[in-house]
Design a binder for this molecule. Structure first.
Ligand code: ADP
Ligand code: MG
Length: 236
């Protein structure tokens, strides 16, 4: 331990006041914990991609973010780094329940996010689980009630919110809607509305999409509060 780990209160306050530097090119230049930084370095991530550079400082400052960047641009860490830092700064612990929920259109994409979360979050003392359905509903229900971070698909998340005794999202701090365009293409708009309406209004929300469509803007209007719009376009 040591280093930044002992100063998370200062880092959080400084980050909120001054904001993370817009010019940051490397993860090491962001006001993030030593734990996250070490895990990222261990996984081979040192330089920020363009969408990470544009989105992470706003997300670390607590703002809602509407992020647009093409597939393969690094959107996963653009939301997972702020997610880990939010719970770290709040000193979120095993007994605090679910602090962050990531919604993904498919099981395969949820699994990919979970793998990146495992790598980036390996130095944190946070539990994480998946809500992707498929096999045993009861087994999934018993696993997810104590998790600090959940990654899931919309239908299954709503089903557990409605039916699973002890599954509470009343303390949720951060919601991520990933691949919003695909979520809507797959017909999840009503499911997402029902989920969003049931979550605490005080939460922070990050919404990422490869494309900007009318329905993505509608979902953003429903789920985000005064969002920072961040778009990264391909260079000519
Ligand atoms: P998207 O969600 O935008 O499609 P991903 O988050 O899946 O993109 O990332 C695409 C690829 O880029 C992955 O292989 C990931 O490991 C890699 N990647 C993401 N961020 C970085 C980074 N900062 N440095 C190097 N590679 C990265
Ligand atoms: Mg993605």
């Amino acid at each position: 331990g040591g280093g930044n780990d002992d100063a998370r209160g200062d880092a959080a306050a400084g980050g909120a006041r001054a904001g993370a530097p817009r010019w940051a090119r490397r993860f090491g230049e962001l006001p993030i914990s030593r734990r996250t930084l070490d895990a990222l370095a261990h996984a081979g991530f040192t330089r920020l991609t363009d969408i990470q550079r544009a989105a992470i400082p706003h997300a670390l400052a607590g703002r809602d973010v509407l992020g647009a960047a093409k597939t393969g641009s690094g959107k996963t860490l653009a939301f997972l780094v702020p997610l880990l830092e939010k719970l770290w700064r709040l000193r979120w612990g095993r007994l605090d329940g679910c602090g962050a929920l990531v919604i993904s259109p498919t099981r395969e994409l949820a699994l990919q996010i979970f793998d990146v979360l495992r790598a980036a979050g390996c130095r944190h003392d946070l539990s994480a689980g998946m809500i992707i359905g498929g096999k045993d509903y009861a087994a999934e229900a018993s696993r997810i009630v104590l998790m600090n971070i959940l990654v899931g698909t919309p239908g299954r998340v709503l089903q557990h919110m409605d039916q699973t005794v002890g599954f509470e999202l009343t303390r949720l701090q951060l919601l991520v809607l990933d691949e919003a365009d695909r979520l809507l293409d797959l017909g999840f708009d009503r499911t997402l509305s029902a989920i969003v309406r049931a979550l605490p209004a005080s939460r922070q929300t990050l919404l990422f999409s490869a494309t900007q469509t009318r329905s993505v803007r509608d979902l953003a209007a429903l789920s985000l509060d005064r969002p920072q719009y961040v778009a990264v376009h391909e260079r000519a």
